[in-house]
Structure formats: C-alpha cells, structure tokens
Design a binder for this molecule. Structure first.
Ligand SMILES: NC(=O)c1ccc[n+]([C@@H]2O[C@H](COP(=O)([O-])OP(=O)(O)OC[C@H]3O[C@@H](n4cnc5c(N)ncnc54)[C@H](O)[C@@H]3O)[C@@H](O)[C@H]2O)c1
Length: 357
C-alpha cells in the first residue's frame, strides 16, 4: 500500500492506494457513521460494508447529480439523527464522491467525511483534490464547494467489476495525468498498456499511485483552481464540446480532446510532432478514439458556449512536450483554421489506407 497526503486549507487528506476495503481502518469509532453509495455498488459490495448507523443509497447516472438528490440525503440524515459528530463515507464512482463531498460539506455547515472510490476515474481524479458539487439547470458541476475528504481509500480490486468502457474512460484520464506532468509515467504506460488494459494489480497500483501524485501535487500548489490546477483541464475544453455534440462517454471525449489539443500545439509550433505521434499511438493501443468528429462547425459552436471562453478568446491547455504544459489564449477563429489546416491524424490515414484495400 502507498499513501500520499494533500494539505488542504480546511484539513489534510490522506490517500491510501492499494489498501484493502475490508481493512477500513480510518473509519472513526464512537461517532455516528453513515455510508452514501449508489444502487450498483450496494448490490455488488453492500454485504462487505462496515457496520454503520445508516446506508443511504442513490441512483446512478449524471441525472442524479442534482440538488434534489442532496435534499433527499439531508432528509435521510435528519431522520437518522445525524448530528455534528456524524461521519459520512462515500463509496462509489465519481458521482457518489462528488455528492458525498457536497452533502458532507454543507449538512450542518460541514460534517466529517471520507471517500472509497470504486471506479478508475474516481480513484485517480474525482476523489482526489476536494472539489465536489452537483449539476444545476443543465450546467455541469455548477454548485459545489472545496473540502478535502479526511481519507481516500483506493482498493484496486474494485476495478475487477467495472465495465470495460468505464475502465477505458479512466485510462484516458490516466494518460492525461502522464502527458501533463510525468514523462516517466507516460513511458511506463507505453510499455505496460496491455497489463493496464487487463487490470494487472501490480501495474494498476503503480499507475493509480503515479496518477494520484500528479493530481495531488497540482492540488497542493493550487487547491482552489486559480492557476496551476487549470492544467488538469488538458483535453477537456474540446473534450466537453465533443461530449455535448456527439454524446460519447466522458473519457472517450477527453481522448479526442487531448488529440485535438496536441495537434493544435503542433500547429502552433509548440509541440514536436513526434510527441503527438506517441500520444496518439498510446491512446489507440488503449482502445480509445482519436478522431475529431467530422462536423467541426457544430463542435466549435458548442465550444463557444464553454464556460472557459473569455470574449473571443478561449483559454487552452497546450503542450510543449510530453510532461510540460503551457496555457494560451487562442482566438476562436484561429482555432478553427488551425485545426482544419492540420495534417490528417495517423488514425485517419490508416482508415483511408484500409478503405483503399
Ligand atoms: N470532483 C472532481 O474533481 C471530479 C473529477 C473528475 C470527474 N468528476 C465527476 O465524476 C463523475 C464521473 O465519475 P465516474 O466516471 O466514476 O462515473 P459514475 O460515478 O457514474 O460511475 C460509473 C458507473 O459505474 C458503476 N460503478 C462504480 N464502481 C463500480 C465497480 N467497482 N464495479 C461495477 N460498477 C461500478 C456506477 O454505479 C456507475 O453506474 C462525473 O460526474 C464528473 O463530473 C469529478
């Protein structure tokens, strides 16, 4: 087991990677403990939950990430007589983690809480860093707080029951962590992609640890996202637009967004083309999509609505090389012409060659 510490303004967060769920030791005794989880996790793992005063179960999917769901949690906590000494443990994917953090940060102006992330994405991203919240009026993560969980227990064994598409979504975020800050982790992924796809426990424990270190280091420098933390948005500006316009799952959209941002970096003379080739090759090996949707106009319209847009400029996280980012304001018009003017990707060249044979 490896541990890592985030030093938050409102308290520290101890992250335990490779710890066994059955040896949950950080759960405080003598207080009223509660669990928040979703129906899937309750069905799969409920019988292994520790004894608590109450288990609150929510539904699944982005549609449950609302203030209505949080209201239901407050009502259950009140009915269960949760007072200021209560401790809430969120067990589940990023949605449970985001809701558990928000409910705990706001119920009685804040009760103690911790997270047991059960998806790869939650283990390397959603549970790390203290950002929580819910969607509001169709806007993602519009309402929320910054509050560090007391501990995060990441048991790699949970990943065994995770659907393949969810695993690949997490792997896309893992590639992002390596690309923005850790060239050695990127090389390790290049060598061990098969083991990663097969969820080899040793390889995954190392990768989850390295990805957590990337995110936690960034959070330690910039807990409330005023500067350094922005680089975590690499691949997400165009990725969100892809997600909105095509409906592909988040991780797959981020994969496409990373390729677009890397190609843009090459087009602007920042990134050596060989680095773009390596990123694209790794994403393809991890069975992630890399082709931009053909309807670029629609994509750019969605992008214009992106909250990161400031005037006619869009703030983009770009690459100087694998492991080093640079943030640039790009005029939206230049964005379109640069992307359109870029040479075709390996993937599209491959597809063209295949269609000729
Ligand atoms: N707070 C942050 O910093 C942050 C960062 C990234 C993402 N997020 C949020 O995370 C959410 C996405 O999280 P996610 O991808 O984990 O999705 P999710 O929470 O919806 O989980 C995906 C699905 O997998 C199921 N599942 C979870 N663990 C499982 C397991 N071990 N075995 C079988 N099934 C399992 C869930 O029930 C769900 O149906 C989004 O709402 C996003 O905004 C937050």
């Amino acid at each position: 087991m490896k541990t890592y510490r985030i030093l938050g303004k409102n308290g520290d967060s101890i992250i335990q990677i490779g710890a066994g769920f059955d040896n949950l030791s950080g759960f405080p005794g003598g207080t009223k403990n509660f669990i928040l989880t979703d129906h899937n996790i309750d069905r799969l793992y409920g019988r292994r939950f520790p004894q608590v005063a109450g288990v609150i179960t929510i539904g699944t999917g982005e549609a449950v990430k609302t203030l209505e769901t949080v209201r239901g949690i407050y009502e259950k906590l009140i009915a269960l007589e949760a007072d200021r000494s209560a401790f809430l443990l969120g067990i589940g994917g990023g949605i449970v983690c985001d809701i558990a953090g928000f409910a705990a940060a706001t119920y009685l102006r804040g009760i103690r809480f911790a997270l047991v992330p059960t998806t790869l994405l939650a283990q390397i991203d959603a549970a790390i860093g203290g950002k929580n919240g819910v969607n509001f009026h169709g806007f993602k993560n519009m309402v929320g707080t910054f509050r560090q969980p007391e501990f995060v227990l990441s048991d790699i064994a949970f990943l065994k029951t995770l659907p393949g598409r969810e695993v690949r979504s997490g792997l896309a975020e893992m590639v992002k962590h390596a690309v923005i800050a850790d060239p050695a982790m990127f090389s390790f992924l290049e060598k061990n992609w098969r083991a990663a796809l097969a969820l080899d426990p040793e390889v995954m424990e190392k990768l989850v640890h390295d990805a957590v270190v990337v995110k936690a280091d960034v959070v330690n420098l910039d807990e409330t996202e005023t500067g350094e933390r922005r680089k975590l948005n690499f691949g997400h500006t165009l990725g969100h637009a892809v997600e909105k316009t095509t409906g592909v799952p988040h991780g797959e959209a981020v994969s496409i967004g990373m390729i677009a941002a890397s190609r843009l970096s090459v087009g602007l003379g920042l990134l050596p083309p060989a680095d773009l080739e390596r990123i694209e090759a790794l994403l393809i090996k991890l069975e992630l999509p890399v082709r931009l949707p053909s309807n670029l106009e629609k994509l750019l319209q969605a992008l214009k609505k992106d909250k990161k847009r400031e005037g006619e400029m869009i703030r983009f996280v770009l690459l100087k090389r694998i492991g080093e980012t640079v943030i640039e304001e790009i005029p939206i018009e230049k964005l379109q012409s640069t992307i359109e003017g870029l040479p075709p990707s390996r993937e599209s060249l491959k597809n063209r060659a295949e269609s000729r044979t």
